[in-house]
Design a protein around this ligand. Structure first.
Ligand SMILES: O=C(O)c1cccc(C(=O)CC[C@H]2O[C@@H](n3cnc4c(=O)[nH]cnc43)[C@H](O)[C@@H]2O)c1
Length: 230
């Protein structure tokens, strides 16, 4: 395989195995091995589990192993399905994150929600690497660009959606892993981080019958096929 997006080595972190298999299919990798990481494969795709903690733990494990093996990743991507904010992105649409924001990392009280930035305890935001972002936007012109939220609890009512959108009016989508992947990637300065999402449902009141997971997975497969130049 040629360098992926111009990087000699890439790590792609999904939440679940279905997303991993979809990304691999898009990339045209038909025979991934369990030891791809140790073997120094140019592109490693891992299903880390759902949520920012699992995403951060596995990303830290993989990036650290790669550095210690002398074959660091040049780029780490968080990829998978997401909820889209209506009016910003369609169901089945593609999103490239300009930043990944931990939307529920902070403190809630009588005066409302304060992020860790407000509290002075660090940051709840990680920008996508600017050069990587340019490459992704150029390769995927159909993608909607904007902040992607990372939540530990899926936003499931009209009220919570309104509250989240009030705090993050520019957000285009929400998922559960991007900020965790970004946090771990930042352990290794010089490694580019980005997040790519495809929309399976609208953020808001829970309606499982309205999920379009196959459609979102097909968009994910197509996006990675394009990125691999296939
Ligand atoms: O039970 C529900 O109502 C519900 C609604 C949306 C998603 C879920 C999941 O358990 C999927 C979590 C999984 O997929 C990503 N994802 C997809 N849609 C969303 C969303 O609207 N908000 C947050 N995460 C979403 C997420 O990254 C996880 O990997 C359940």
């Amino acid at each position: 395989m040629r360098p992926f997006l111009g990087y000699e080595r890439a790590l792609i972190v999904t939440a679940v195995e279905t997303e991993r298999a979809t990304v691999l299919a898009g990339l045209g990798i038909t025979d991934p091995h369990p030891d791809d990481l140790e073997a120094g494969a140019p592109v490693v795709v891992v299903a880390a589990g759902v949520g920012p903690a699992a995403a951060a733990a596995v990303t830290a494990q993989f990036t650290t192993t790669a550095v210690h093996d002398g074959r660091p990743f040049g780029v780490v991507l968080s990829a998978g399905i997401a909820g889209g904010f209506a009016g910003r992105v369609e169901i089945g649409g593609l999103v490239v994150a300009t930043e990944s924001i931990a939307a529920d990392l902070g403190a809630a009280g009588a005066d409302g929600f304060e992020s860790v930035d407000d509290l002075g305890f660090g940051t709840a935001r990680h920008d996508a690497d600017p050069a990587l972002l340019r490459t992704l936007r150029q390769a995927l012109p159909e993608a909607v660009g904007g902040p992607v939220l990372t939540v530990s609890t899926v936003t499931g009512t009209a009220e919570t959606k309104e509250a989240v959108q009030k705090r993050h009016p520019d957000a285009v989508a929400e998922a559960m892993e991007g900020f965790g992947v970004a946090t771990a990637t930042r352990l290794w300065p010089g490694t580019a981080f980005g997040e790519i999402r495809t929309v399976s449902n609208a953020v808001g009141p829970r309606d499982r019958a309205a999920w379009r997971i196959p459609q979102a997975l097909e968009t994910l497969r197509e996006a990675f096929a394009t990125l691999a130049g296939r």
